[in-house]
Design a protein around this ligand. Structure first.
Ligand SMILES: *Cc1c(COP(=O)(O)O)cnc(C)c1O
Length: 323
């Protein structure tokens, strides 16, 4: 394990992303402010390239490759946003990419990843060990494995979203972040500690998958079974060594929300802010609303990281209809 990344690494990542990542907008909603009695600042990573903040971490990590690594390329296992993030970053940086995905992932995911020029290798979730397969391919082809969250360069890249938010709006009283494996939350915490030291930082995870909350309470990384939740980007079974190291030091608390609260968030974003946000992308707002309803955020300046907007439209419609 290397040293934990620092805010200086977030600054360096900002420079690497300059001209490649979008500086996403910070949106306001007077309806939200009036309804929950706080001042919300929404950092809209659903408008990031490939539709989620994961582009930041992947691009930062791949940008740091040396000549030999660039020549051989990057490999990742993911069926979600990290797959597209690595595929797009590799294409932009002119290097090969291999993405290992389960055979039964939605066809749209293969198409999107191949569309960015990556080679997709399929495996059988029930009979094959994806980590072993990916490691074998990485060794055979000399490719560099980029994990979805537990990597210093990935964490530093993800931290650039909160840095932009704080640079744009100034100090906050609280910052809510969607939490899966903790790359976004730990990177955000690095930025918040440096730029708004009094700001309370909260990770928000699905109630059914509260391994992060359990880990914070226990003081060690707790592993759980893959949780059943509509927040498919947060179905991680455990935090990482790096993400947990930062979270236990710099994050104030981890709170949970139910799938029903996520759908309420999706509906609010669609109806009031005209935004398509994927279920996982609603975690932070749902957590902030719950805290505000409990009376903890009256008049406070509250940052909300809206993490992504990639959702199959038929499924989106079903969720909004309550199916
Ligand atoms: C990956 C992802 C998350 C969780 O991020 P971590 O860094 O794993 O905590 C949240 N929202 C979206 C949209 C994601 O793709």
């Amino acid at each position: 394990m290397q040293a934990l990344p620092t805010y200086d690494d977030v600054i360096a990542a900002t420079a690497r992303l300059q001209g490649h990542a979008h500086r996403t907008p910070v949106l306001r909603s007077s309806t939200a402010d009036a309804r929950w009695g706080a001042q919300f600042f929404f950092k809209c990573e659903n408008f990031q390239r490939m539709g989620a903040f994961k582009f930041r971490g992947a691009f930062n990590a791949l940008s740091k490759f040396d000549a030999a690594q660039r020549h051989a390329g990057a490999i990742a296992f993911s069926s979600g946003n990290h797959a597209q993030a690595v595929a797009l970053s590799a294409r932009l940086l002119g290097m090969p990419a291999v993405i290992v995905m389960p055979k039964d992932a939605p066809a749209a995911k293969f198409a999107a990843t191949r569309g960015y020029g990556a080679e997709v290798v399929l495996y059988d979730r029930f009979t094959e060990d994806r980590e072993a397969l990916t490691q074998r391919l990485a060794t055979e082809r000399g490719m560099t494995l980029i994990p979805p969250y537990d990597h210093p360069d990935v964490i530093a890249g993800q931290g650039t979203a909160a840095k932009e938010l704080l640079d744009d709006v100034g100090a906050l009283d609280a910052l809510f972040v969607c939490l899966g494996g903790g790359g976004l939350t730990s990177g955000s915490a690095l930025a918040a500690r440096a730029l708004s030291p009094q700001c309370k930082v909260f990770g928000v995870e699905p109630e059914a998958g509260n391994d992060g909350q359990q880990s914070l309470r226990a003081g060690r990384i707790v592993h759980i079974e893959t949780p059943k939740t509509i927040a498919d980007g947060a179905q991680t079974q455990h935090l990482g060594q790096y993400t947990f190291g930062i979270i236990r030091r710099d994050v104030d608390d981890i709170v949970t929300v139910t799938d029903v609260q996520l759908v309420d968030g999706m509906r609010f974003f669609a109806e009031r802010m005209k935004m398509v946000v994927e279920p996982t992308g609603c975690l932070a707002f749902a957590g902030a609303c719950a805290a505000a309803t409990a009376g903890g955020l009256q008049g406070a300046r509250v940052g909300v990281i809206v993490s992504g907007g990639n959702v199959d439209l038929a499924r989106y419609a079903d969720l909004l209809r309550g199916e």
